[in-house]
Write a protein that binds this ligand. Structure first.
Ligand code: NAP
Length: 317
């Protein structure tokens, strides 16, 4: 068996084309969605993400601003920026880029967000709504995981709801921004869900569970954690991990996932590549949530792009 490589770039291109049409339509009615990013310090991944989001925002026709602060900025300065963006009517959604420097508390910045502009659902109120199954916005990475899975299942001739209902779905990693919301989306779809983390690995339980997965979502940030011997034949694998590896001889950096793709490809039915799997869809989903925020602010409902099968999406109060 040699697995299908699920083309996240194509899925992302389809979504962004629909989003661009939707933004054009909104602009005609006098509503231009606006995204703001808050960037503190010089973290390479945060800057790389900011550049990608900026390009995409411009491409789909959204207003965009980046509020950049130096790495030594005080927490009070970052809080003031978040407050200013919250009061700015041109801004529909705010993304706080991670990692933040040690003196700036992530939790404090999240609490300072206006929940209506909290497009990654990190404010405690947003996280609570998500846990209750009534989020305004499904965080972009887990939303992308299930957009990708729903579409792949449909295109491979299966009914997603029936497939999830018969699946053991294992999520490796349980961070607040990726693993936990992915578990909630999986439960919402009726899958039998297992959560594994570093403790499971240390206790020797991790691979017992991954070997039983029909659908395996890996978001641990550990390069090559999952190999062929850790999965069963026919599994569908979504590799969320993005790990930058520097070649010591050339100094060049390349990205790899949490799954040893070359090894797993012989056993899996389908797998997402890194790069080119979940990542490109995540970027578009952030803009999609921004468009939803603009629509909600005007009382005209959620973004229309990519709603199929996302039962949790845009049900928020
Ligand atoms: P994180 O906050 O560091 O969380 C990592 C999670 O993985 C934790 O729950 C941790 O367990 C668990 N873990 C760590 N080592 C493990 C091991 N050996 N076995 C099993 N579980 C282990 O990371 P994150 O923000 O969720 O990101 C995870 C990965 O996804 C990273 O590579 C990140 O770059 C990538 N990512 C990709 C996208 C995208 O769009 N594709 C978006 C966001 C993140 P404990 O809870 O026990 O510590």
């Amino acid at each position: 068996m040699s697995a299908v490589l699920i083309d996240g770039r194509q899925y992302a291109a389809d979504l962004s084309a629909r989003l661009a049409d939707e933004v054009e339509e909104l602009v005609r009615t006098g509503v231009r969605p606006g995204l703001a990013t808050v960037l503190v310090g010089n973290s390479y991944p945060a800057h790389a993400y900011e550049r990608r989001v900026r390009r995409l925002a411009q491409r789909v026709g959204c207003h965009y601003v980046c509020e950049a602060l130096p790495g030594e900025a005080a927490e009070a300065d970052a809080l003031a920026v978040v407050g200013k963006l919250g009061a700015d009517p041109r801004i529909s959604g705010i993304l706080i880029l991670r990692p933040l420097p040690a003196q700036v508390s992530e939790a404090s910045l999240y609490r300072a967000l206006d929940p209506v502009k909290d497009i990654e659902s990190v404010h405690p109120i947003s996280a609570g709504l998500l846990a209750l199954g009534r989020p305004r916005y499904v965080p972009s990475t887990p939303a992308s995981v299930f957009h990708l899975l729903d579409r792949y299942l449909t295109e491979s001739g299966r009914e997603p709801a029936r497939t999830y209902a018969r699946s053991n779905l294992v999520v490796v990693g349980r961070s607040a921004n990726v693993g936990k919301p992915a578990l909630m989306l999986a439960m919402e779809r009726g899958a039998t869900v297992v959560s594994c983390d570093e403790h499971s690995h240390r206790a020797g339980l991790l691979f017992e569970h991954t070997a039983r997965a029909d659908i395996l979502v890996v978001a641990a940030g550990v390069p090559g954690l999952i190999r062929g011997e850790h999965v069963k034949d026919g599994v569908i694998v979504v590799d969320v991990g993005i790990n930058a590896i520097r070649d010591p001889s050339s100094g060049t950096v390349h990205l790899i996932g949490d799954v040893d793709t070359e090894d797993v490809v012989a056993r899996a039915e389908a797998i997402t590549p890194v790069p080119g799997g979940v990542g490109p869809i995540t970027d578009v989903w952030l803009l999609r949530n921004t468009v939803t925020a603009a629509r909600l602010a005007k009382g005209i409902g959620a973004s229309l792009a990519g709603t199929e099968g996302l039962r949790l999406q845009s049900a928020g109060t």
